[in-house]
Write a protein that binds this ligand. Structure first.
Ligand code: FAD
Length: 485
């Protein structure tokens, strides 16, 4: 930020997090995160080949909150990296289902730039030929290459199953690799980075604050780190929270026995679309931050004793489809058969089981509101966040997210309550050292990333808001553990 001439300060960053805390962020962890974030970035750049660059202008997710940045400046990414640099190791990197190995940076995507940067077909092909990858793959590629350069041995396809303790100190971990149980001894400490428990239905049911049926992370995140910590008496925190994400499940098999499940982020913000519940009514600002949106799925109708906004559908018209495409559909293409289609709104409501009169009235009201570009009901389009995530061609204006639903046929897709990952787990001190149930440190044990009780509480502050705390506490834990050697 300093290099780019963007003004920010410790106080502003902490004020921002505090304004989003709702008493769930522990101030000492927020301070540790803010104080050591720049240090982590500098350390990596100075001591390894990892490089970062600014994703310019990307607004914070709640930019109008105190300390928020409507014009961005707090989000970083790694430049493109050729996975050929990893040699034979490149096939050991998991490729996520949603974004794959796209050879573009965040800044070049429709999300990461005020005006999307066009990558020519020739340049795209050159990058693909060279296996250059951007976004999350770039981050992991840079980190992996740095590990290889430092001759750090990495074991994959191995599952940690048990922590080894001696006199109350964690001294190693048992891993299962194939049929074998192997013991790995740790001189400095064991740092857990096993992700959340979003794929463990029992833990999800036991701990999360509301329904979460559609995780979008790797299915190997089953809460192993959490369970290992519970076994040795760790204190737990933030257990009810996840990085919530509306999700769409399409039929079919994506190759691993699971059906394709898509993040439903930018689509919600685009014009000529709304989201409704079974009454056929809108229930919130559809363009709001995806993590905050989770709360809309957890809202209950007290009298009827049911979730008010589940099931939920995303409703759009033909022009929306033609202009923006949708899940599994490029702009201008017909929607796949699994997407519900009808010639009238009433027919559409009947097909999905929503109230048809309610939907007709809702769309009529929506069209009136957007005719003067003002969502009087839920204030969609009033935040810099909403207009950033909408139509990239008119980013920053109300038109980026507000537009009428008028041209049939009309379409509906069910939207589920999903998550990028859970964010509850063992509590830690400011260095990521795991605490026991009485508040003392469990010597030799650390946690970073989604396995730990997140320093962010229920908050997702901005782009990179999950990866940054994971990296900062991983950095601090590594340094602290190295001090034990
Ligand atoms: C499509 C998508 C887009 C995202 N975009 C962003 C973004 O733009 N910015 C952002 O900040 N965040 C983003 N996120 C969220 C972010 O990726 C996660 O929050 C982050 O990766 C969590 O890091 P982690 O290391 O804690 O866990 P993970 O990255 O989930 O990794 C945990 C790993 O531990 C492994 N594991 C589990 N159990 C064991 C065990 N017993 N032994 C050994 N290994 C085990 C798992 O297989 C997995 O590989 C996105 C997530 C998704 C799915």
């Amino acid at each position: 930020m300093i290099a780019a001439g963007i003004k920010d300060s410790r106080e502003e960053a902490l004020t921002y997090l505090q304004s989003l805390s709702h008493d769930l962020i522990r101030p000492e962890l927020a301070e540790s995160f803010v104080d050591h974030g720049p240090e982590m970035v500098s350390w990596l750049e100075e001591n390894t080949s990892v490089k970062f660059q600014l994703v310019a202008d990307f607004p914070d997710y709640h930019p109008e909150h105190p300390g928020g940045k409507p014009t961005g400046g707090r989000s970083l990414e790694c430049p493109l990296i050729s996975f050929n640099d990893l040699g034979d190791n490149k096939d050991r990197v998991t490729v996520g289902y949603n974004y794959g190995t796209a050879p573009i940076t965040m800044e070049e995507s429709h999300l990461g730039s005020a005006v999307p940067i066009e990558v020519s077909a020739t340049e795209h092909a050159r990058r693909a030929e060279n296996d250059e990858r951007g976004c999350g793959q770039a981050l992991i590629g840079h980190l992996y290459r740095a590990c290889l350069e430092a001759e750090i041995e990495i074991t994959t396809s191995a599952r940690a199953v048990e922590l080894i303790t001696e006199n109350g100190r964690v001294t190693g971990v048992v891993i299962k690799k194939g049929q074998k149980d192997l013991v790995v001894h740790a001189r400095g400490g064991v740092i857990l980075g096993t992700g959340g428990f979003e794929w463990n239905r029992e833990l999800v049911r036991d701990f999360l604050r509301g329904p979460m049926t559609s995780p979008v992370s790797v299915p190997t995140n089953e809460g192993d780190g959490l369970v290992m910590c519970m076994r040795i008496g760790a204190a737990l925190g933030n257990m009810r929270e996840a990085w919530w994400m509306p999700a769409v499940e399409a039929p079919g098999d994506r190759g691993d026995g699971l059906n394709p499940t898509y993040l439903f982020a930018a689509e919600r913000a685009r014009p000529r679309s709304i989201m409704i519940n079974k009454k056929g009514q809108r229930f919130t600002n559809e363009a709001a931050n995806y993590n905050a949106f989770g709360a809309a799925f957890h809202e209950q109708d007290v009298a009827r004793f049911e979730y008010s906004n589940l099931p939920c559908w995303y409703i759009f018209d033909q022009e929306h489809l033609d202009l923006y495409g949708t899940i599994e559909t490029a702009p201008g293409n017909p929607a796949p058969n699994w997407i519900t289609k009808a010639q009238s709104l009433e027919e559409l409501a009947d097909k999905i089981g929503a109230d048809s009169q309610g939907l007709r009235q809702t769309v009529s009201r929506w069209n009136t509101c957007v005719s003067h570009y003002r969502d009087e009901d839920f204030h969609r389009g009033e935040s810099a966040h909403d207009t950033w995530w909408g139509d990239p061609a008119v980013k920053g204006t109300p038109q980026a997210t507000l537009g009428p639903i008028e041209k049939g046929p009309f379409y509906a897709i069910e939207v589920k309550s999903g998550a990028l990952g859970t964010k509850g787990g063992p509590k830690t001190d400011n260095n990521g050292a795991v605490l026991n149930i009485d508040g003392g440190v469990i010597q030799g044990l650390y946690a970073a990333g989604n396995v730990m009780a997140s320093p962010m509480g229920m908050t997702y502050g901005g782009a990179g808001g999950t990866l940054a705390p994971g990296m900062v506490f991983g950095f601090l834990a590594g340094r602290d553990a190295a001090g034990n050697c």
